[in-house]
Write a protein that binds this ligand. Structure first.
Ligand SMILES: [Zn+2]
Length: 511
């Protein structure tokens, strides 16, 4: 191995790559380690940069690999997780709540908990070499999760040699051809595009292991160990502003020498769209799915403005039905929050119009809408007040029920508006009154007018969910919102709402 290493180095040097010939003074980089006990970053410290070679070539890393030492014991090479895992054919999942990195490759499973000196490998707890744990670091603005290079590589059947002169770690992947009789590990069961063209979901029968390749006008997603569920290769044309066509075909070791079965999914992108700008691919181990989220290119759609026949003397009320489209909000018992917020909002809009108010809606159908766009709609028409309508959920306490209303911290007008809404809704519905809260929500912060966010009730509580889906109950909530809006506006001096029929509803154009 030593000979090979030297040869590689000689080649690397001949190619003009910056590999130091001697390790007398390794390069250093400044970084901050995240302290998992204190849950904050420590001070900026220097760290020695380790050169990493993969199968003889300098490895393209998205942040420097560094040497780290715990308790003065010998240094361990820590490497950004994604490039090394991908090079070794593994899929990485990040569990933010558990502060865990989960690595899956073939039938191998590894769990590294940030700050923990042990790891779980295929269900067994093992000590990490030198007790150096996985860690999150910040290089300036860049945040990365670093894992012990040797440990992770060896668990994924690669060999790691250390070259002290080059201050380099040499990773050699040992590609073992699969047992030709090994069955597939999963099936591609469904390929669905949502109605709003925001997400395309590749549903599998197992935790997804995949690799994404950016080929410019197309994106390739290779699903490892996966066969196509039924019907064989195919083409799908979703109604999607970013992905014009999806092709899927069965492959095998021609794509990955470690696998008998690989399903290749190719996304042909619409003109002008790119992987970097318009497509995000994420694996969800629990959902057993690969989710392709798209961001349509800017269309320059006009925000609504007030038409000429609107009543200039009437207040403008902006109503915001929470979530929508691919954003379901809370989902309990097959009910999505977005499907409760919309009818309540539409009904409140109708009632307010009947009373002569100008009403502007951030959405009037089941479409996805960005939080900032919602604020822009209200800001652009100069709405007098903004009311966002949501339903709540408490996954940890399914008996919680009741109503509360948020305003932006220290917004006096916002709190007054929230107070009127809260009181009026509770008076109509008889729901449990949790009173007022404040929170730094985007829709409360970025709207320039007094704003309130109503949480009608808890979807996680079975009885309350039963109420929330009833049209009669929704009518009461809508009436409550209207009464609250009227109550608040009645305390303002400058506009007087006109008689019935003067109002209209405005929704964003180009949806
Ligand atoms: Zn919500």
């Amino acid at each position: 191995m030593k000979k090979l290493t030297s040869l590689i180095l000689a080649l690397a040097l001949a190619a003009g790559l910056s590999v130091p010939a001697r390790a007398a003074v390794p390069e250093t980089v400044s970084l901050r380690y995240h302290d998992e006990a204190a849950l904050q970053y420590g001070p900026e410290v220097p760290a020695e940069v380790v050169n990493v070679f993969f199968n003889g070539a300098p490895m393209a890393l998205d942040a420097p690999a560094v040497s780290q030492t715990v308790d003065g014991v010998d240094g361990r090479t820590m490497v950004p997780i994604r490039p090394i895992a991908e090079a070794l054919g593994a899929t990485v999942y990040w569990d933010g709540e558990a502060r865990q990195v989960r690595i899956a490759a073939g039938t191998d499973r590894m769990v590294l908990t940030l700050g923990s000196p042990t790891a779980e490998v295929n269900g067994e707890t093992v000590d990490l070499p030198g007790r150096v744990p996985a860690v999150v670091v910040r290089y300036g603005e860049v945040e990365r999760t670093l894992v012990p290079l040797r440990f992770v590589s060896e668990q994924l059947h690669a060999q790691v040699d250390w070259d002290n002169e080059a201050f380099a770690a040499m990773v050699t992947a040992v590609v073992e051809p699969p047992d030709p009789d090994a069955p597939p590990r999963g099936r591609l069961t469904r390929l669905t595009a949502d109605d709003n063209a925001q997400t395309i979901t590749l549903s599998l029968s197992s935790e997804p292991q995949y690799r994404v390749t950016d080929l410019g006008d197309r994106v390739v997603i290779d699903l490892m160990g996966v066969v196509i569920g039924s019907g064989g290769d195919g083409i799908l044309c979703p109604e999607n502003p970013v992905v014009s066509q999806i092709r899927y075909a069965q492959h095998g070791s021609d794509i990955n020498p470690r696998e008998n079965y690989v399903t290749r999914v190719v996304l042909d992108l619409a003109r002008g769209c790119t992987y970097g700008e318009n497509v995000t691919v994420t694996g969800d181990a629990d959902l057993q799915a690969v989710i392709i989220s798209v961001t349509p290119p800017e269309t320059g759609a006009e925000l609504p403005t007030l038409p000429e026949n609107w009543d200039p003397n009437a207040y403008i009320v902006a109503l915001d039905a929470g979530h929508g489209g691919s954003a379901n909000g809370a989902v309990y018992e097959d009910v999505s929050e977005k499907d409760i917020t919309l009818p309540v909002t539409l009904r409140a809009a109708e009632l307010l119009k009947e009373k002569g108010y100008n009403v502007v809606l951030t959405r009037n159908e089941d479409v996805y809408m960005d939080l900032y766009d919602r604020c822009n709609v209200a800001n652009n028409v100069g709405a007098d007040i903004f009311v966002s309508i949501h339903a709540n959920a408490s996954p940890t306490n399914l008996s919680f029920q009741g109503t509360f209303t948020y305003s932006y911290p220290n917004s006096v007008a916002g709190e007054r508006l929230a107070g009127y809404i809260q009181k009026a809704v509770v008076a109509q519905t008889g729901s449990m009154d949790w009173g007022l809260l404040t929170n730094d929500y985007v829709v409360l912060r970025e709207t320039v007018m007094p704003a309130a966010l109503l949480e009608m009730g808890f979807m996680s509580c079975h009885e309350e969910l039963e109420r929330l889906i009833q049209p009669e109950y929704q009518e009461k909530v809508a009436q409550g919102v209207v009464n609250g809006v009227e109550g608040y506006l009645a305390t303002l001096p400058r506009k007087t709402p006109k008689t019935a029929g003067a109002g209209g509803t405005l929704v964003p154009q180009g949806e």
